[in-house]
Design a protein around this ligand. Sequence first.
Ligand code: ZN
Length: 412
Amino acid sequence: MKKIISFAIALLIAFSATTFIVSAPLVADSEEFTQEDAESLEAAREKLSQINERQAELSSSLKKYSSEKNSEVKAKQTLEQQMYETESKIETIEWIIDNLESRLAEKNEELNIAQADYEAYHEKYVSRIRENYEMGSTTYLEVIIMSENFSDMLTRYDYIRDMMDYDKQILDTMCDNIAFIESIRSEIIADRNEQQEMLELLSQEKSSQAAQVVDLKSRINYIETNIAKLQAEQEEFERLEAEFEKQINELLDKKKKYAGGTFMWPLESKYSRITSGFGWRTLYGKKDYHYAIDIPADKGAPVYAAADGTIIYYGWTNTGGGNKCVIDHGSKLMTHYNHMSAFVPELQKQFKEKGSVDVKKGDVIGYVGSTGNSTGNHLDFKILYDGTAYDPSLYVTPDGSKPQKDIMDLIN
Ligand SMILES: [Zn+2]
């Protein structure tokens, strides 16, 4: 017990250093529930309610952070997906550019060859012309002289001219081919430049997405740090809650300890006859165990609390008891009072408000009647210890003389 208390105090000190300033309640060592105990109980209850308040705050903060984290994680996933898409676009464009570059290289080579061919052919052509020119009229003269007739001369002359025309045509075709290759080449270059611009844009997009992902990661880390802090605090508060609950329960157990002394007869001593005792009996032709004693009395005769205690049931019961009162005397001792005609209005009011009412030994708790399963005005009186019924006639006497058995023997 002392260990638990000092542990609770140590926790209280650690606790007060951060959030609360508390005076440590102490459970006094005496067996009786003292005024000091009552104050400690109240302080502990107040502390517990503060703890519970903070716990509610913590769980709502945690909820908030968790949902924030979820949305940030989702945003990050979306961005990562977009980044992945950007990356695959970049890969495709890089592949296209590679292709364009190799086609460009091909075209460059083609162009080189076409130009070289042209130059070679052109050189031949030029030299042929030069030859013809240098030969000048000789050639023409030769042609004419060698010609058998005018017609033949013309034919020969035409032949030379045709040859020259043919060369010119080939050169033109080669020239066209070069122009064609060049046009394709410039198309490829334009295409490549366009793709490179696109690549540039996509790279920028990718770096901006990457930067956003980094931002989100640090935001998520920040939230996770806060969540961890709150969870640590939550754990600490759970420990504190358990400690205070334990302390409260210890105090309540002490409070609920039966103060001692014999039980008193629950009616005026003139109502001393027992019509139906504790044990086996035949009721309506059936064997039945009677867990109480039946004491006949006038309707409206006051019913007294057999000892100090707390009324924990005060109302109608459908189990046959009619208007019923149950008193908890502490130490697991209880008394039941059945079939009453009426309740005490003030007690009824308090019971409705608080769910329990403290009473003293001898307080009027109701009035004799015949409600429920009853054939006449009487009090059905029951004594229980730890849920087991004991014969009341052994523990209480109508005149207050020493009973056969001591109620304290049940407890000890
Ligand atoms: Zn009875």
